[in-house]
Design a protein. Structure first.
Length: 129
């Protein structure tokens, strides 16, 4: 947790910090406290560098569930990026959080983001009044 009480995940082997969305902060913070020095998503993991921790964890939870689509890391990442863009998080912020060097990498996702309404455009240009 940062001094502002913002929950973040440090990406091993890089200087990136992924900031947790506010709606998940309490859940992630509680889980981190209960994990202690252990792994957050794979508590029984023996190797220090998991290849794909989130997808593996969710897949394990899904085993035995019927009617659920197969999880793909690329699909999860794409959904996350598109959701941020739909919420009008600035593109430079989204690109940085996604580990992209520039906003050019967001081009494939823009087609999934609806255009702003005239009212929203007016509010944004006026300073969100």
């Amino acid at each position: 947790m940062l001094p502002s009480e913002t929950v973040v995940v440090a990406v091993p082997g890089s200087d990136r910090l992924v900031v947790c969305r506010a709606m998940w902060e309490q859940v992630l913070a509680d889980r981190a406290r209960s994990a202690g020095d252990g792994y957050l998503f794979l508590p029984q993991r023996q190797t220090p560098e998991p290849k794909n921790g989130i997808t593996n964890w969710v897949k394990r939870i899904q085993d035995g569930s019927t009617g659920l689509p197969e999880l793909k890391l690329a699909r999860l990442r794409s959904s996350w990026i598109v959701e941020l863009l739909r919420q009008r998080v600035p593109e430079d912020v989204v690109a940085a959080a996604a580990g992209m060097n520039s906003t050019a990498g967001l081009a494939p996702y823009r087609s999934w983001v609806p255009k702003l309404t005239e009212e929203a455009t007016r509010r944004m240009l006026r300073g969100w009044v």
